[in-house]
Unconditional design. Structure first.
Length: 159
């Protein structure tokens, strides 16, 4: 029986987390034509590990880091929301060979517990509209669709 565990990430995990970041970027590029083609970074992972308002979590199987995620406590984006602060989730990644084993669920549960301990009762995240596997995974652990962000490229010259 495979036992997947979670723990707070440390600076010693930085190399694998940088690899995971590239995996996230690679998986999102097909959904977003605005992402640059160059080698880019989404996150300051070392800074996130050190930050007090962010919890970076890794999932392990037999000592191997196989997944990640973070929760960042931040102010609500609208003054009329019931909650004044929420935990924003990101950097959700599971190595392809370990998908479908409940890794994402364990990472989210660990982040949820951390947020509860900080007095937070609202979780938010962004997912691309056409990323159906990710949407299904988030719905499976209790998230529901809320809003769709729309975009349009505007030509540089007048038509």
């Amino acid at each position: 029986m495979e036992i997947i565990t979670t723990r707070t990430a440390t600076i010693a995990d930085l190399d694998i987390l940088l690899d995971f970041e590239q995996g996230v970027i690679q998986s999102e590029r097909p959904f977003d034509p605005t992402i640059m083609k160059d080698h880019i970074h989404y996150y300051d992972i070392a800074g996130m590990i050190k930050a007090e308002n962010i919890e970076v979590v890794v999932a392990e199987l037999n000592g191997e880091v196989i997944g990640s995620g973070y929760a960042r406590i931040e102010p609500a984006s609208k003054i009329f929301f019931k909650h004044k602060m929420h935990a924003y989730l990101g950097f959700m990644y599971v190595k392809p060979e370990h998908r479908g084993k409940g890794v994402n669920k364990k990472v989210i549960a660990t982040l949820q517990q951390w947020a509860i301990e900080k007095g937070i009762n609202e979780f938010r995240l962004d997912v691309y509209h056409d990323n159906l596997p990710a949407i299904a995974a988030y719905e499976k652990v209790g998230f529901s669709k809320l809003m769709i962000e729309m975009r349009m490229g505007v030509p540089a010259e007048k038509p």
